[in-house]
Ligand binder design. Structure first.
Ligand code: GLA
Length: 413
């Protein structure tokens, strides 16, 4: 870790978990007005970047494998104008856990410890500068309706919106994937979260109506049509509203386990184990390092296969066949990788029992959100069944909303 010393908490500008995404035109006018009120001048533009759900391919990006996320309609927006000095002033229209809603610091003052949501915009500015880009001072106003801590990549949305804004203010043109890599580096090196590239790549590169098949080693991508509406299906996000404080240490622990398994198998990453050699590789792992490490690797190897199977089903236009693979993926995350939670398991079990085609936790797990694929006509029943199951177990009611595959990051005004 360089820079801030203290790790930033999970806080990013907080959105309302249950709120539907706001219409872009209305948001732009309102945000521009707020910017003028706060900064006393017109903004140069408004840049937006979405959160994501991952359809399948969990923890495969830590193993240089494939992932299949899609952008959700909820976005983080950065309204911005360049400054003549080297100061970055960041205001958020949301306050997270009582954190400061306004932070201003000099870009050269890298030793200043920034915690919470404010660490992210500064981290992005610093990696852009580290990459030799001529970033200058700026006034930024942030607004987000991506739920925070829900496993929907509110941090990646924030990083990408700020990164786009700072680059364009400085006249720098970066390819979308290049900015995604820098945003990931901001989170790895400055915020101190050892995440893979999935979330930032999804926020930058997803397109409306498609899931994004990304090879996280080669950084090659393919847009895979995900025409939910035409298939009479809906994708429901259920935010359990459970946030686990141990999530980041457990995430780092899973990353280490994957690296250890690859090393024991003599491959650069678990992605390099051919499908036909999986059984033998897992036997060797179990003999060398025990049952738990074998299970961790078994999740990754089976998940990598599931991503490609889901893509094959989608390309055949058989969306309904995807459901069973989602459930299989969830069981693997629950039993082999052990990153689910009782609440996430409850969503999946209740949704499937109520007739959903499939369901699984999405993102890093340990709380956060699950996705449910169901016929649109069945969605209300599924939602009611999940609520009922939560109430029976004495859990706080979850928030839920349907999502369509939405647009990636762009300049909005
Ligand atoms: C988080 C990380 C991603 C990925 C997922 C798990 O969202 O940011 O890089 O590892 O967890 O699939």
């Amino acid at each position: 870790m360089a820079g801030y010393g203290a790790a930033a908490g999970p806080g990013t500008p907080a959105g309302n978990p249950a709120s539907p995404p706001r219409p872009a035109g209305h948001v732009a006018g309102h945000l521009a007005d707020r910017f003028v009120e706060l900064a006393g001048r017109q903004p140069a533009g408004i840049w937006g970047a979405p959160g994501r759900v991952n359809l399948i391919g969990e923890y495969t990006d830590l193993n240089e494998g494939h992932v299949l996320p899609l952008a959700i309609p909820q976005r983080t927006r950065a309204v911005a104008a360049a400054r003549a000095d080297r100061r970055l002033s960041v205001r958020s229209l949301q306050q997270s856990g009582g954190a400061e809603a306004e932070v201003e610091a000099d870009l050269d003052d890298r030793d200043r410890a920034l915690v919470g949501w404010a660490a992210y915009p500064f981290a992005v500015a610093h990696v852009l500068e580290d990459a030799g880009l001529p970033i200058g001072g700026a006034d930024l106003l942030l607004d987000s309706d991506v739920p925070v801590g829900a496993g929907l990549s509110s941090s990646a949305a924030l990083e990408c919106a700020v990164g786009l804004a700072l680059c364009e203010l400085a006249g720098v043109e970066l390819a979308a994937m290049e900015l995604a890599r820098l945003a990931q580096r901001a989170e790895n090196d400055y915020v101190g979260v050892p995440c893979g590239i999935m979330d930032q790549a999804a926020s930058m590169c997803c397109t409306t109506g498609n899931a994004l098949l990304l090879d996280t080693r080669r950084l090659e991508l393919r847009q895979v049509p995900f025409p939910l509406g035409r298939a009479g299906l809906s994708l429901l996000v259920v935010d359990t509203r459970v946030r686990h404080s141990l999530a980041s240490s457990a995430y780092a622990d899973r990353r280490r386990a994957c690296e250890q398994a690859a090393e024991l198998l003599g491959v650069k990453a678990l992605r390099d184990v051919p499908f036909e050699d999986c059984d033998e590789a897992l036997e060797r792992l179990e003999a060398a390092a025990g049952e738990q490490l074998m299970r961790r690797a078994r999740h990754v190897l089976s998940e990598q296969r599931r991503v490609l199977e889901v893509v094959a089903r989608l390309e055949e236009g058989d969306l309904a066949a995807v459901g069973a693979l989602l459930v299989e993926g969830h069981r693997s995350l629950r039993d082999d990788f052990e990153v689910s939670s009782p609440e996430l398991d409850t969503v999946v079990d209740a949704a499937v029992a109520a007739g959903a085609l499939g369901a699984r936790m999405t993102g890093a797990g340990f709380g956060g959100s699950a996705i449910v694929l169901a016929e649109t006509a069945a969605i209300d029943g599924v939602r009611a069944a999940v609520l009922d199951a939560f109430s029976q177990r004495g859990y706080r009611p979850p928030a839920s909303f349907t999502v369509a595959a939405s647009a990636g990051a762009c300049r909005e005004a």
